[in-house]
Design a protein around this ligand. Sequence first.
Ligand SMILES: [Zn+2]
Length: 304
Amino acid sequence: MITMMTVAAWLAGVNHLPLPIVEEAHAQTVAGAALAPADDPLTRPIGGARAAEWLAPAPPVKIFGNSYLVGFSGLSVALIDTGDGLVLVDGALPQSAAAVLAHVRQLGFDPKDIKFILSTEPHWDHAGGLAALARDTGATVVASERGAEGLRLGKHAADDPQLAYGGGWPAVSTPMRVMADGEVLPLGTARITARATPGHTMGSMSWSWQACERKKCKEIVFAASLNPVSADDYKFSSAAGAPFVAAFAQSYRTMDALTCDVLISAHPDNAGEGRFSAKPRACRAYADRSRKALAKRLAAEKAA
Ligand SMILES: [Zn+2]
């Protein structure tokens, strides 16, 4: 009950309260009284004020057909109902795992039916909750090869432009599945395609699938972050940055070529207004935004 009330209070916007950190089944009771849940290393809050901003509450919503959003105002988590199990895309933060699962339940689904959790990148804001979600649902985490490496470590890769920021997040210790660019994950009525979109990290992977309602179908793209950001002293124009600049160029071509009726971006504000974009050419606009930011960044480095 305490867990349920905490979730309700949090969904109602009381976001300065500690976030719910355990499933009800894990709560300890003595003489019928619920005690504070034991400290859970997989759901310990990280990210401070930035995290609170990204985790501003948003209700779960249907996008189209079998596809839903179960994340937050500033961080996307998608849910796909394949008819033979559920799939999540991204895991948000450790402290938000319980709220993601509460959103799944609110839509009438059982979190135990989540078979796979697809990861867009090995960074704390999208991957921080994966370990807890995988543990609590039994789902298999799926990522690119470089992505999976980062998820097993729970920290930035040695070549990550944001390496100097430091910090980490709960590592995924359950078995993972690695997928390559263009590979398809079939489950129930869904066929979800891995789309390598490196640049922001070398392991960044976007995911696309078709959602249908009656006879109408839409191609949904969940795009990994494509913003060229780095820690302070990093230069994309350096030798270390060159593979990243080349990777971005490849990812822009990929995004430009995708059929993209609906774009969900890992951080919704990168896709324009609202929690997803159904505007024509949304994926191209998304790539363009990064293309311009990277050009600006390289020009600034050159001028410095
Ligand atoms: Zn990132």
